[in-house]
Every structure is written in structure tokens, then in C-alpha cells.
Design a protein around this ligand. Structure first.
Ligand SMILES: [Zn+2]
Length: 399
């Protein structure tokens, strides 16, 4: 009988595989755990169970072959629009196919409207949706509201954040058309009360009375984020005459101000991005600013934004770091998200990195031909396959 015991145990193990899903043979890039190698990823009960070489297929209820593909933590899009804003879109349709498992809505709702967003969007999305709440109480609902400083109330904004900390991770100030610093000052005041970061995009044209230098060095706190880093109208990254990265950019970075890509429909311009990237000024976080026109015209989902970064010199592991660990840290959610550490939520993306000639468009619809393209192949959210371009997780159909 004793001799049969190992066989019985093996049969029991076979009968009840310990893992729900094993993604096999993919090149895992998990910057949080310093992994950049071919490995298998085992998922069980919605969590990452194990990341290791040669996890036996017999231990999995289902396997996905990811040979020749990259496997990363689900991406975190720090700046997207899924509520309030006129161009906001449902996150699942655009995020999940691009390997994005978390989106941060950047200012769509204010303290008056956040609960509506919670009911209508957050609770009805497979994508994890977090929020940078607008300093404007009504949210991002047009100039009349967004220029109204009377609706920028730090105490009420902070109270909503404290009440909804599970979802609200910071504050956004955007589109302020007035003069001076009221919008930024009020957002920072709310941030100080609730102890959260602020994301800023307000313009710097002469008539606003605002400058990039004062904004970055005199206003923003360490941990605050300036989005639209490559658009030149909310932030003058590159000196418009010399083409050199402004000295105050390094100074701001040294004091802890963060810079976010925020591609969008108007905020990624080749003349700015190529010069800044060539001089080594990379965005801390890669994000889409996704909305209805940016997805249609520039196709600027996370895979597209990362591809643009790769073609401008960023290495893939670095791009993944800036799309997972960095955004998670910037909103105080690391290591809850952004890693494939064992025991963490199983948000996983599988990508193909294609070589060839690919057209990329900036916000002016100017074309740049790149040599690499990152393409979403399969996405897992909380252990569930939610996007599967090629049916890798699907059963064969038998007639
Ligand atoms: Zn935006």
C-alpha cells in the first residue's frame, strides 16, 4: 500500500489542479520584483499564486501559451476620462484591450457628482476605476463651471475624498480659463487637508499670469503631478528658441514634482516629445488622457503611448515601470496594484512587441514612422480573462 501513496497523491493533485490559470513561457517584466526573464505566472483565486520557471501544466485548470510574448502587471492609466467630461468613454472597451486594468479618471467628477460616478461607472466596470476628483464641485462639465472659482471649495472636496478613500486618490485641476493661481491654490489646499496629491494641467499663456517655472517651483508640492508634459501650452518643457529642456524641469523633478504623459487629443506633440526624449527627459508616468476623439484620431491607448515612448528611445522594462509601479506609487496604491508579486491581485497583461514600420500620429495628426509596436494580446483582471485577441484562453470548437 505504501508504494501506492505517491501515486494516489499525484492523482489527487491531477484531479484538483492548484492553479486556475497558468500563463506559460512568456517573457515576464515585473519591475517591482526585478523580473525580466522567461517565466510562468500562476493565478489562483484571483491572486498571483506563483511566478517561476516551468510551473507544470498539470497543476493548472487552464493554461495560456505566451511564448514569444511579454507578460506584465496590468497597466495603470493615470489619466483617462470615463465620467463627466463630454468626451468621456466607458473604460472597459478601450482599457482592457490595451492591457490596462486600472484607469484613473482625471477630474470628471467633483465633490457634488462623485457618488453618481461611483454608481454609474465604477460599479459597472470590469476595469478598476479610481478618481482624481476635480476641485470644481460640478466636475469637468464645461467652461462656465470650470472657470467658476466659487465652486472650488477645498473643505468640501477634501471631505468627499476622506469619505471615499477607497476610490478617490487625489485632486485634479484642469481647463481653468481665469487669471492667476486660484484653481491651483484651492486644489492644493484640498490636497493638504486630505493628504493626497494634485494633478495639474492649467495653461501658461501670457494672459493667465501663470508661468511654468512659478507653477513647478513655487506652487506644486513634492508628489504633485503635472500632466500633458509634452504639449507646450500648459508646461514649457523645452525652450521654444533653443530647443533645450528647461533648467527648471530638472529642478522641479529634484524637488519631487512628477510629470505625466497625458497624451489625449491635444497634448502629445512630436516637436516637443522628440526633443525632450532625446535629451533624456522622460515622463515619470505614461498615461493616455483617453477620451472619444483621442482614441479615434491618435489611437492613444496605453499600448500606443508605450509604443511611442519605445520609438523615442525608452526601453520596454522602463516603459512598463512608468506604466505600473510609478503610477501606483504616485497615487499611494503601491504595492496593492502595479506588481505581480505573489499574493497580489491577478491583474496581468500579455503583449506582442512587433517589429516593422508603423505609423504613429501626434495630436496635430502628424505622422511619425516607428519600428516597433506594442499590441495587447490578452488581459487578466482579478484572475479573469477579460480580453483575448487570439483565443489563447478559449476552448477549441469541436463539431
Ligand atoms: Zn484629461
Amino acid at each position: 500500500m505504501k508504494r501506492l501513496l505517491p501515486l494516489a497523491l499525484a492523482l489527487a493533485a491531477w484531479a484538483q489542479p492548484r492553479y486556475d490559470l497558468v500563463i506559460q513561457h512568456g517573457h515576464v517584466i515585473d519591475p517591482a520584483n526585478r523580473i525580466d526573464a522567461v517565466m510562468d505566472v500562476a493565478i489562483s483565486g484571483g491572486k498571483i499564486a506563483r511566478v517561476a520557471s516551468n510551473i507544470p501544466a498539470a497543476e493548472a485548470k487552464k493554461t495560456v501559451d505566451a511564448k514569444g510574448l511579454y507578460v506584465t502587471p496590468g497597466l495603470i492609466d493615470l489619466h483617462a476620462h470615463v465620467f463627466g467630461y463630454s468626451g468621456s468613454i466607458h473604460p472597459d472597451d478601450t482599457a482592457l484591450p490595451a492591457g490596462t486594468t486600472t484607469v484613473v479618471d482625471a477630474g470628471g467628477s467633483g465633490w457634488r457628482t462623485f457618488d453618481e460616478m461611483l454608481e454609474k461607472v465604477i460599479k459597472h466596470s470590469k476595469t478598476r476605476v479610481l478618481s482624481l476628483i476635480n476641485i470644481v464641485g460640478h466636475g469637468m462639465v464645461g467652461t462656465t463651471f470650470e472657470d467658476n472659482t466659487e465652486d472650488m471649495e477645498p473643505e468640501k472636496t477634501a471631505a468627499k475624498i476622506i469619505d471615499r478613500r477607497a476610490y478617490i486618490v487625489g485632486i485634479k485641476t484642469a481647463h481653468f480659463g481665469g487669471n492667476g493661481w486660484t484653481a491651483i491654490d484651492r486644489a492644493i489646499a484640498a490636497g493638504n487637508i486630505a493628504k493626497v496629491p494634485v494633478m495639474v494641467d492649467d495653461k501658461i499663456f501670457t494672459l493667465t499670469g501663470r508661468t511654468s517655472k512659478e507653477k513647478l517651483l513655487g506652487k506644486l508640492r513634492p508628489g504633485d503631478m503635472h500632466t500633458h508634459v509634452f504639449n507646450d501650452r500648459q508646461l514649457e518643457v523645452v525652450d521654444r528658441v533653443s530647443g533645450k529642456v528647461q533648467p527648471y524641469m530638472a529642478e522641479a523633478r529634484a524637488r519631487g514634482v512628477l510629470f505625466d504623459l497625458g497624451h489625449g487629443g491635444g497634448s502629445f506633440l512630436w516637436p516637443v516629445a522628440t526633443k525632450a526624449m532625446a535629451q533624456g527627459f522622460y515622463p515619470d508616468t505614461i498615461s493616455t488622457d483617453l477620451h472619444s476623439s483621442s482614441i479615434m484620431m491618435a489611437e492613444s491607448d496605453m499600448a500606443n503611448c508605450i509604443s511611442k515612448m519605445l520609438n523615442l528611445g525608452m526601453k520596454l522594462p522602463d516603459a512598463i515601470l512608468r506604466s505600473t509601479v510609478n503610477p501606483a506609487k504616485s497615487i499611494g496604491r503601491y504595492p496593492e496594484i502595479g506588481t505581480m508579486g505573489e499574493g497580489q491581485i491577478a491583474d496581468v497583461a500579455v503583449f506582442r512587441l512587433r517589429d516593422g514600420v508603423f505609423a504613429y500620429k501626434d495630436a496635430w495628426q502628424h505622422k511619425y514612422l516607428g519600428k516597433q509596436k506594442l499590441e495587447g494580446v490578452l488581459t487578466v483582471r482579478g484572475g479573469e480573462v477579460v480580453f483575448d485577441l487570439e483565443g489563447r484562453a478559449a476552448k477549441e470548437w469541436n463539431q
